[in-house]
Design a protein around this ligand. Structure first.
Ligand code: BGP
Length: 467
């Protein structure tokens, strides 16, 4: 028997400014750290990416045609404030007004992220979110957006605070490529949660119409075995990557249980972190007025006890079986042979999404409502004369949609889903061969081609039946 989704369930497509727009230096846009870093690496750049800067009318028309109700997108901070603060770049402001006008014309609801991995370079070089002055700049930028873009109803403060902190300071796969610095990780997580809270409070105090939330990357952690030490390793990985953020979001402070585990991780890495008690005033206030939680979920992890030095193998090329992850004081994530993976070693386990949704309802009863803001399959799509048969992606989506439908039956209020990604885009650490889109992008011609999954998605959106 086929499962269904609520009639008013929103079916969207997700993008991010830096991964879709291209035009990285056009119309007064300020630099971001990625611009210079990618150029130095010489592997690939975000230029022209999917050329969304010019192609947005095409993409929005496709949304309408394929019954995609909503576009998740982000505003590039450095288009608005080229240096992160100070003088406004009117051309950048005008650009987003044009995009929102086109959304309206095509009947597509914009679902807008204020910060998606693209801090302006001047602020990034000055410590990014490790530097609390930059929190002020972020909050001012957020306030500018609330004042200026009245067309927007749905705001998310940040995209994926945990990956920002860990890709920058733990695995080092993002600039500034710092590795295994747990003090920086926890400091960054906390400062961003404090920044999020302050933006939420400003939004509510300003009585702007609309809703505000935050998008967290949440990847369930399971013990690899039922051995006591594996259970503890999974609990630590969970505490840092999930509970720390959800406690901050919905309790406005970290629970004793979460802090005990996080402090154990910090101690194993010979460090500690103190928080200013006054930060929790803003955070507790925001915790009661956050309208929704955005969940990005792609995979789950199985964690084993590990107490040796940290070591990371990152698979950024799609050569299956090349990744490993061992962090001192946390654990080792083990690839389970009995669970399918994509070419980048991401475990395909839709049950994880169900477990996660049910857990949030149980642990954070004031969660409000949930949007799945990213989910999808990175795949080396086969382009065959304009036809792209991406059956593994459809299979992936079917599994995850079924998990969402089951979670809704279990009483979890999931309001919508955004596939990552609407069209193929640039991938931060993987370049262009890891495709996610419903629409195939020929990056040479910038022509779009609907994949088989786009037709599947359209059917599900129209009928709310998971085929
Ligand atoms: C999330 C990001 C997205 C997107 C996605 C896919 O972490 O929010 O920006 O990139 O993951 O990840 P990747 O491109 O690394 O496969």
């Amino acid at each position: 028997e086929m499962r269904t989704l609520p009639k008013d369930f929103i079916m969207g497509g997700a993008t991010a400014a830096y991964q879709a727009e291209g035009a990285t230096k056009l119309d007064g846009k300020g630099l971001v750290a990625w611009d210079t870093w990618l150029e130095e690496k010489g592997r690939y750049t975000a230029e022209p990416a999917s050329d969304f800067y010019h192609q947005y009318p095409v993409d929005l028309k496709l949304c309408r045609k394929f019954k995609i109700d909503s576009l998740r997108m982000s505003i590039a901070w450095s288009r608005i404030f080229p240096n992160g603060y100070g003088e406004v770049n009117q051309a950048g402001v005008d650009y987003y007004h044009r995009v929102f006008a086109e959304c309206k014309k095509q009947g597509v609801i914009p679902f807008v992220t204020i910060h998606h991995f693209d801090t302006p370079k001047t602020l990034f070089d000055n410590g990014d979110f490790l530097n609390r002055e930059n929190v002020e700049h972020f909050v001012n930028y957020a306030k500018f957006c609330f004042e200026e873009f009245k067309e927007v109803h749905y705001w998310s403060t940040f995209n994926e605070i945990y990956p920002v902190a860990t890709n920058q300071y733990l695995t080092g796969i993002f600039p500034p490529e710092i590795k295994f610095d747990l003090k920086k990780v926890v400091t960054c997580l906390h400062n961003m949660m404090w920044a999020h809270a302050r933006a939420v409070n400003i939004f509510k105090e300003g009585n702007y119409s609309g809703e505000i939330g935050v998008v967290h990357s949440l990847e369930p952690k399971y013990p690899y075995s039922q051995a006591k030490e594996d259970i503890h390793a999974a609990a630590k990985d969970d505490a840092l990557s999930i509970a720390f953020l959800l406690d901050a979001t919905y309790k406005g402070r970290y629970s004793d249980k979460t802090m005990a585990l996080v402090n154990e991780i910090l101690a194993a890495n010979d460090t500690q972190v103190e928080f200013a008690e006054s930060d929790f005033i803003a955070m507790e206030k925001a915790a009661t007025q956050t309208d929704f939680l955005g969940i990005n979920n792609y995979q789950s992890h199985w964690v084993q006890h590990y107490d040796k030095e940290s070591a990371i193998g990152f698979n950024g090329t799609g050569e299956k079986g090349t990744s490993f992850y061992r962090i001192k004081g946390i654990g080792e994530r083990i690839q389970r042979d009995d669970i399918p993976k994509n070419d980048w070693d991401w475990a395909i386990y839709p049950e994880g999404l169900y477990d996660l949704l049910v857990r949030i309802k149980a642990d954070y009863p004031n969660y409000g409502k949930i949007y799945i803001t990213e989910n999808g399959l990175g795949f080396k799509d086969n382009f065959n004369d304009g036809v792209i048969m991406d059956e593994p992606r459809i299979e992936y989506l079917r599994g995850n949609f079924n998990s969402i439908s089951k979670a809704i039956d279990a009483g979890v209020d999931v309001k919508g889903y955004f596939i990552w990604s609407l069209m193929d885009v640039f991938s931060w650490a993987n370049g262009y061969n890891k495709r996610y889109g419903l629409f195939y992008v020929d990056f040479e011609t910038q022509k779009r081609y609907p994949k088989e999954s786009a037709y599947w998605y359209k059917f599900v959106s129209e009928n709310k039946v998971i085929i």
